[in-house]
Design a protein around this ligand. Structure first.
Ligand code: 8OZ
Length: 366
């Protein structure tokens, strides 16, 4: 039986100017295999090339500056040397006919002074620490109370995004995705649980969305908007996040993004997410938010081949992003087409290390 020809997942489509061969997107996945100096490596080129049959690859989160780093081994896009090293990766994906966008990332308060230049405190909208522990080079330690960015420092962060966007273009990426999700810097500004500012960046939802929108505008001063996507996660409590009214916050943010002509919006819907919401955390039904966005929608989080096909054929989503399945299965596309089982990845090799548990998951025999 070959369901391949009949599944809506195997029809070509566009996300803005990105022309996808199929509707299966590889979601961004932090794997922590970069080298000294936050440098992408040849092993990473092998890993991404193995996964190039995805309709689109979204790279792992890539810090736009040294201060944007929150984990050992994540790669950067703030030096020309990093940009040149990424070129090897984009070429490897393109050689197999794939598409790859770079995910622009700043972790904000989700870091530790031991990972920061000069041992400085991590930065955030407000001096509010994430509850719990952070992985550091010295083991697990409590999150620190971050430094609240000044307005001048916020201007500098926007310029870092612009610079990183340019380096991503030099590196041969097909576009960029702005990481506005999962409790990192842009999400920290957006949701009121992490943002207690009283200036132009805090208080009203208009003010809390200001940094996200300034970053979108800076990035689209470098790239055509039709090659820029944004990822948000209205319901994800990861990194100590909450919002008192996620419908209001995210319907506003999405309506504003809707005016920018972007390639796509990518939501972590949080049907099954990275953490358990705290009791009483306000949640929003993503179905209520989607009317605020009229562009291409990439759905994510816990989809199966069947539920993804249903989301595409109903018109609810233009494409569906799969994360964890791409770790243990470089050929998710072929496996879903054939109804083959998806291998579960080994949790011990998710983050850090070398080729084992990274590039040694074999595809189905030809
Ligand atoms: C898992 C571990 C480390 C980082 C995200 C970039 O949640 C991440 C991440 C996920 O977006």
């Amino acid at each position: 039986m070959n369901t391949f020809l009949h599944s809506p997942l195997y029809t070509a489509t566009h996300l803005g100017d990105l022309a996808l061969r199929n509707r299966i997107v590889m979601a961004p996945l932090t794997r922590c295999r970069a080298a000294q100096g936050d440098m992408p490596t040849p092993l990473m080129a092998t890993y991404y090339q193995q996964r190039a049959t995805a309709g689109l690859i979204v790279s792992e989160g890539v810090q736009i500056s040294p201060r944007g780093k929150g984990y050992v081994g994540t790669p950067g896009i703030y030096t020309e040397a990093q940009s040149r090293a990424w070129r090897r990766i984009t070429s490897a994906v393109h050689a197999r006919g794939g598409l790859i966008v770079l995910q622009l990332w700043h972790v904000g308060r989700a870091s530790h002074s031991s990972l920061q230049p000069g041992g400085a405190l991590p930065v955030a909208p407000s001096a509010l620490a994430i509850p719990g522990l952070v992985h550091t080079p010295r083991g697990k330690l409590p999150f620190e109370t971050p430094h609240a960015l000044t307005v001048e420092e916020i201007d500098g962060v926007v310029e870092e995004y612009r610079h990183a966007a340019r380096l991503a273009m030099d590196a041969g990426f097909d576009g960029v995705e702005i990481h506005g999700a999962n409790g990192y810097l842009l999400d920290q500004f957006l949701r009121d649980g992490a943002n207690r500012r009283t200036d132009a960046y805090g208080g009203s939802v208009q003010n809390r969305a200001r940094l996200l929108l300034r970053v979108v505008d800076a990035v689209t001063s470098v790239w055509p908007a039709s090659r820029v996507g944004v990822r948000l996660s209205p319901n994800n409590p990861f990194n100590g996040m909450r919002d008192s009214d996620p419908f209001r916050t995210f319907s506003y943010a999405m309506a504003q993004l809707d005016t920018r002509g972007l390639a796509y919006l990518h939501l972590v819907e949080h049907q099954a997410g990275l953490g358990q919401p705290e009791a009483g955390m306000p949640m929003v039904d993503v179905q209520r938010l989607l009317p605020y966005w009229h562009g291409a929608y990439v759905a994510n989080d816990g989809y199966t081949g069947d539920s993804a096909a249903a989301a595409v054929s109903s018109g609810r989503a233009r494409a569906v992003a799969f994360g964890v399945p791409f770790i243990g299965n470089p050929d998710v596309v072929a496996r879903l087409a054939e109804g083959a089982a998806l291998r579960r990845p080994d949790p011990a090799t998710l983050y850090g290390g070398g080729a084992h548990g990274y590039t040694d998951y074999a595809p189905l025999a030809a």
